[in-house]
Design a protein around this ligand. Structure first.
Ligand code: ADP
Ligand code: 5GP
Length: 204
């Protein structure tokens, strides 16, 4: 079977541990390609340009929308976030599995454009734990935390549109399950249309 790259969307409430989980996955399995998004929000302490995000002005973001440089974008708690097209297309063509860590509006745009995409939603084991993690991270003001928790309640309504629900309780176990889910996608029949057609031709 030919090894084709799988497009993987990972979403989850702010503070659910997506970033931590993806970092752990990449440390264990460095062959995954993680797309770096553009955003109009300001960098947090410790975040680096080009590694965590491309931090851009609203004007630059609007220009990128107009020129079609983003394959999806959304507004989240008053800031814009979007996925640059070029990196995703290049890595997919090279046969690499590409990870997009994006929120739900963007996830649904991607699924519409690329129906073979696998959508994974990450949650903490409880709402109380979500609040603990988001507050404990210590990167946001109380006002931003409140806005993000409010948005989490809205996002919960969309969870059923995802293909997989992943509970991030014990990090190592969650990371192993995430890797398994992605690897299973390589065996899905719809990704092997050409091989199936060739086999059918030979059998007839
Ligand atoms: P997100 O990227 O979803 O906003 P982060 O990865 O920044 O979330 O994680 C939020 C906080 O929760 C961080 O302080 C992180 O260390 C912690 N965290 C992440 N995963 C776990 C886990 N499995 N168990 C306990 N704490 C976790
Ligand atoms: P944060 O500000 O915590 O880094 O991200 C806020 C939210 O924006 C998270 O839910 C994250 O997944 C999402 N996000 C990050 N990059 C993108 C992107 O390129 N597109 C979309 N639609 N959402 C993104």
């Amino acid at each position: 079977m030919k090894n084709k790259g799988v497009l993987v969307v990972i979403s989850g409430f702010s503070g659910s541990g997506k970033g931590t989980l993806i970092k752990a996955l990449l440390e264990r399995y460095p062959n995954y390609a993680l797309s770096v998004s553009c955003t109009t929000r300001k960098p947090r302490t410790g975040e680096a340009e080009g590694r965590d995000y491309y931090f851009v002005s609203e004007e630059e973001f609007r220009r990128m929308i107009e020129t079609g440089e983003l394959i999806e974008y959304a507004s989240y708690c008053g800031r814009y976030y979007g996925t640059p097209r070029a990196y995703v297309e290049k890595r997919m063509e090279e046969g690499q599995d590409v990870l997009l860590e994006i929120e739900i509006q963007g996830a649904l745009q991607i699924k519409k454009k690329f129906p073979d995409t696998v959508l994974i939603f990450v949650t903490p084991p409880s709402a109380a734990e979500l609040k603990r993690r988001l507050t404990g991270r210590g990167t946001e003001t109380e006002e931003v935390i409140a806005a993000r928790l409010h948005r989490a309640a809205e996002e919960a309504d969309g969870m059923e549109q995802y293909d997989y629900l992943l509970i991030n309780d014990e990090l190592d176990a969650c990371c192993a399950t995430l890797h398994q889910i992605i690897q299973c996608q390589h065996h899905r029949a719809f990704l092997h249309r050409e091989e199936i057609a060739a086999l059918c031709g030979e059998l007839k």
